[in-house]
Design a protein around this ligand. Sequence first.
Ligand code: PHE
Length: 449
Amino acid sequence: MEKQRSSFTGKLGFIMAAAGSAVGLGNIWRFPYLAAQYGGGIFLLVYILLAVSFGFTLMVAEIAIGRKTGLSAIEAYKKLDSRFAFVGVLAALIPTIILPYYSVIGGWVTKYLFSFIAEDIHVIAADGYFEGFIASSFPPIFWFFLFIAVTAIVVVLGVEKGIEKVSKVMMPVLAVLTLIVAVYSICLPGSIDGIKYYLLPNFSEFSYKTVLAAMGQMFYSMSLSMGIMITYGSYMKKEVSIEKSVRQIEIFDTGIAFLAGLMIIPAVFVFSGGEKSALNKGPGLMFVTLPKVFESMPAGKVIGAIFFLLVLFAALTSSISLFETVVSFFQDKMKWSRKVSCAVVVGICMLLGVPSSMGNGAWSGFTLLGMDFLSFCDFVTNNLMMPITAFFTCVMAGYVLKKGTLETEMALSNGSEKLYHVVIRYVAPVCILLILLTSVLDFLGIMKL
Ligand code: PHE
């Protein structure tokens, strides 16, 4: 007999929980630096196109898989078709690799919150402050440990509900504050070139790498291809519309990412004149740019502190959902107790998180495929493992399962159903294969693009 699953209370409960997982560092930290690096407007355009087609389809499929089976990813794939059981395992491995480096960035956010409270804003906004911080060995590790400890304590004590309650208030406030800072940024003198760069697509900047980066970002930001939405779907009540919920999560998630880009990219142009090197800052972009924006604002120290507090909450709701997924993976698969599983997850975080943290400083000489350890973990999960997981999910849902298995669960409207079928059977699998193949050929130097 299947275990009785507790359900989210109604529609809003599901949307809030799923949005809590979706909106996180991916929107505020990761999206702007990728958009800056991959050509601005062209990245934004590709991202939005992917989100409304591919992102919508996959999220609908994953939630339907969860609600149909009432199981978490590992068991769900197995139950639907035992040949696809490996996809569940792959999906569960992804958050195991993401959580450690996510927590390193969560640590940076925590550090900035404390800096805005305790330090002079001119010091934080000065050139070299961020670089000095991440290059030092002990401080980033201390903040990383603190972040992962808070995440673990919340999960072990089972007080996620409390955090969720707080974040229900914090998330809309974060959206409003991001909007305010974005409006402020675009009003700064000299921002116009940055606004143009971010909003107007320049097709000469387009390459397969734009699609690869935007696709990885879409998975990451919408918490797709790692079993999370399957688990959430398994808790979703039957009478709630999957289609409407997905639309709302998508709009919220993409909206916040868009505003975060607007908040950061024009400001990069204002403070650096839009040099290539400033746009290519990578993971540090938000930490370098935002303090300068806050410094130029009236009451910037207070606004900066509030901003980093809100981002910290967004990061925590996401890290908690990552932590939970990995813990339940060990509970289900290895049959370990919850306590032991939590301890193992913390251990894995230390093992992978410390090199991620040190890779920006003392261990920066150690690279894999030319990347520091944090970027390597990010690349392998977002640009390789997630597309592969998504590919097999599409094949299973689009070709292998009997027609109607998931469709009745989804109950899509006519137009959406057509979109779903075209994307899950043709657009998504073909697009993923082409992109992965091109990446490999490019990497091997067989084809230069
Ligand atoms: N979607 C989250 C973000 O944008 C990251 C995340 C992925 C969280 C998967 C949980 C699970 O930050």
